[in-house]
Write a protein that binds this ligand. Structure first.
Ligand code: SF4
Ligand code: SF4
Length: 489
């Protein structure tokens, strides 16, 4: 018997018939219920392996507290490293026009021929690029969005060229990504994309009958044939590693994710991102036709993840990217740059979006709120009329960020998954009228909590094969390469 140890801060919850303990820096440990009772009753023997595990995972301490605190402080700094990268993701809305009319379009795109449509002009694009390079982040990602950004290709080129020119001076690690439906891709554009090393992110919702149900062109025909033909063209020109795809789960695909996964593998896409539909833009009006509950999504996600793990077990490297992101947070000490799930939120300080007229919004959802409801609460300035300091040092941005530290938010403050989760003040504002929102009833929280449980249920199995697969996803290399590296070490 020992009463000599003391507790360090941790949160806990029952997962998979055991008690999951997680501390502030994301160290975790599973205990059987009886051992948890012994821990709380200070009856864990210092000679037991459990004692050493709990000590090494910083749940308890018995000596040299200041050393333990120094170690935890270092780990905490590492987890929050993304704060030093202020602001690395810069999204440019090159146009609000689109050649498709997807039923769930979050961007509320407008028709190609609309007379009063908005494209970004070169003067605005240059002002936005100048703001981008004021950012202290060493790595800068410029992401072209829309509408369909390929419809304003000349301005895309002017952004690339002006950025490369400024980067002669600023020497950032500069990356470009174009988020495109691929319909307007042609040989000339592809050549430009290739020669400037622009990464392509596209959308493929699954096999033809699923994709075409909700992703149609403006005359009402499904876009699958066109998209897959141009996907193959782009893959052969750029290489498969330079293109990825997202799929949006709809009421039609939710029971057929196995077919979606098969389609991705058949099309040579090396990963998949299973994205839940958000009730934003056109999707909010069509929610009765397209929508589903969080519980339905998590059930479908869990089944799809099981299938994806089986595929990887069979020797095919094929990660699910949202799971990979969460695993990186759970299994490594490092921060990840996923701006949608950070604490404090990545809005403005991790990523920012420049609208066609130069308005600067803290996130894509903030821009959509302005377009759909006329509410510009999350517009923090304009590239033509405000300096970098006025925008990124503004009281408004400080207010938004200070309301998004989940360590201090009701519900999150005592949640076992807090170390891996984040906040979305814009979504809270849209749903509840305030940036704090209400947990655990909101869909954002319920979805993440349920997905964390699915992942921790896998980790609780202590199955080495599954852990190897998860690590292969985190380091981005097939299992066979992992084993080869391990044997060389
Ligand atoms: S391709 Fe994208 S921007 Fe165009 S309608 Fe579809 S979801 Fe909206
Ligand atoms: S949002 Fe929900 S799952 Fe995430 S930390 Fe807060 S309470 Fe936990």
């Amino acid at each position: 018997m020992s009463q000599s140890y003391r507790f360090l801060p941790f949160r806990f919850e029952r997962v998979a018939d055991r008690v999951l303990l997680v501390n502030d820096v994301g160290d975790f440990h599973f205990l059987p219920e009886s051992s948890f009772d012994a821990l709380i009753g200070r009856k864990i023997s210092p000679e037991s392996s459990e004692y050493l595990d709990l000590k090494s995972k910083n749940m308890i301490w018995d000596s040299h507290l200041s050393n333990v605190i120094d170690l935890l402080a270092t780990k905490y700094r590492t987890k929050k490293q993304f704060l030093y990268d202020f602001t690395s993701l810069h999204m440019f809305v090159l146009t609000r026009r689109c050649n498709q009319r997807c039923a769930y379009c979050h961007a509320s795109s407008v028709c190609v021929e609309d007379k009063d449509v908005l494209d970004m002009d070169v003067a605005t694009a240059r002002k936005c690029v100048e703001l981008v390079f004021m950012s202290p982040a060493k790595s800068i990602k410029i992401e072209f969005q829309g509408g369909e950004p390929l419809l304003n290709f000349n301005v895309l080129k002017s952004v690339v060229e002006y950025s490369l020119e400024l980067n002669e001076k600023y020497k950032k690690n500069l990356e470009f990504v174009v988020c495109t439906n691929l319909i307007a891709l042609d040989e000339d554009k592809l050549e430009y994309i290739k020669s400037n090393k622009i990464y392509i992110s596209t959308s493929l919702d699954g096999p033809e009958y699923i994709h075409d149900e909700f992703r149609k062109n403006r005359s009402g025909e499904g876009s699958y044939k066109n998209v897959t033909a141009n996907l193959a063209l782009a893959q052969s020109s750029l290489g498969h590693d330079n293109i990825s795809a997202l799929m949006t789960v709809t009421d039609l695909s939710i029971d057929h994710l196995d077919e979606v996964i098969d389609e991705y593998i058949a099309r040579g896409l090396g990963s998949i991102f299973l994205r839940m539909l958000n009730p934003l833009g056109y999707a909010s009006a069509e929610w009765n036709r397209l929508g589903y509950s969080v519980d339905d999504f998590v059930d479908a996600y869990a089944k799809a993840l099981d299938k994806i793990i089986q595929i990887n077990r069979s020797g095919v490297y094929f990660p699910e990217m949202f799971t990979t992101l969460l695993l990186s947070r759970i299994l490594t000490p490092f921060s990840t740059g996923f701006v949608d799930l950070q604490s404090p939120a990545g809005v403005g300080i991790g990523g920012v979006i420049y609208d066609t007229n130069g308005d600067v919004y803290v996130s894509d959802e903030a821009r959509m709120l302005a377009h759909s409801k006329g509410d510009k609460s999350f517009c923090v300035g304009n590239a033509h009329s405000h300096s970098w300091r006025e925008i990124f040092g503004s009281e408004r941005l400080r207010e938004i960020i200070s309301s998004s530290c989940i360590e201090a938010l009701p519900g999150c403050a005592w949640c076992v998954f807090q170390s891996y989760c984040g906040a979305d003040p814009v979504r809270n504002y849209a749903v509840y009228g305030d940036m704090v929102g209400k947990r655990p009833e909101n869909d954002f929280c319920r979805k993440h909590k349920a997905i964390f449980r699915v992942i921790f249920e896998y980790l609780a199995k202590d199955d080495e094969d599954i852990e190897d697969i998860f690590w292969s996803w985190i380091i981005g290399k097939p299992l066979a390469e992992n084993s080869a590296n391990a044997t060389q070490m």
